[in-house]
Design a protein around this ligand. Structure first.
Ligand code: ADP
Length: 157
């Protein structure tokens, strides 16, 4: 089974990494799909986000990192993927994720969304929280992998 884990990953956090590790144990092949959306402003370019995820997942043999734009269902079709993985944190994620899952199913009935609940230590962790802390020079070393931490430091210096 080929699965896609799509997201902005701006930047990748330990919460993302946890989902990647767990999903890679379920799928034969897991493709981390970085959404390169020109109309969405991001702190890191798609190339930078790809480098982060590439580094973080380099020891996971069945994980591949790609960037994509356009519709997720089209990217999934191109990759021959049947499963879309999404992480769920608090209930607040649910409505948006549910809407996305139903919309994607409407667009392509052969694709199923699989939700993986967050591990409790990452319940309140998000890329935007990390960026906010980094902007104000707080300590986020337990929230992101080393490569992301170094790049964040450089961005805000
Ligand atoms: P998007 O803009 O597509 O929501 P994100 O990079 O914010 O992109 O998130 C990608 C996926 O990772 C989403 O399914 C999101 O719910 C999940 N995710 C983000 N942070 C965490 C976390 N701390 N624990 C579990 N899942 C998470």
């Amino acid at each position: 089974m080929i699965a896609i884990y799509p997201g902005s990953f701006d930047p990748a956090t330990y919460g993302h990494l946890d989902i990647i590790e767990r999903a890679s144990g379920l799928a034969d092949e897991l493709i981390v799909g970085i959404l390169d959306n020109p109309s969405k402003t991001s702190l890191f370019t798609a190339a930078e986000r790809k480098r982060h995820l590439f580094d973080i997942t380099k020891d996971m043999k069945n994980v591949r990192v790609e960037s994509f734009n356009g519709l997720l269902v089209d990217f999934a079709r191109k990759c021959n993927a049947q499963i879309v993985i999404r992480g769920l944190r608090a209930l607040t994620d649910f409505e948006y994720e549910f809407q996305m899952a139903l919309t994607n199913r409407e667009l392509s009935s052969s694709i199923e969304t699989l939700f993986i609940p967050t591990s409790k230590e990452y319940l309140f962790l998000s890329s935007s929280v990390v960026k906010e802390i980094a902007r104000f020079n707080g300590d986020y070393s337990n929230m992101v992998p080393e490569i992301v931490r170094l790049d964040l430091k450089q961005k805000f210096n």
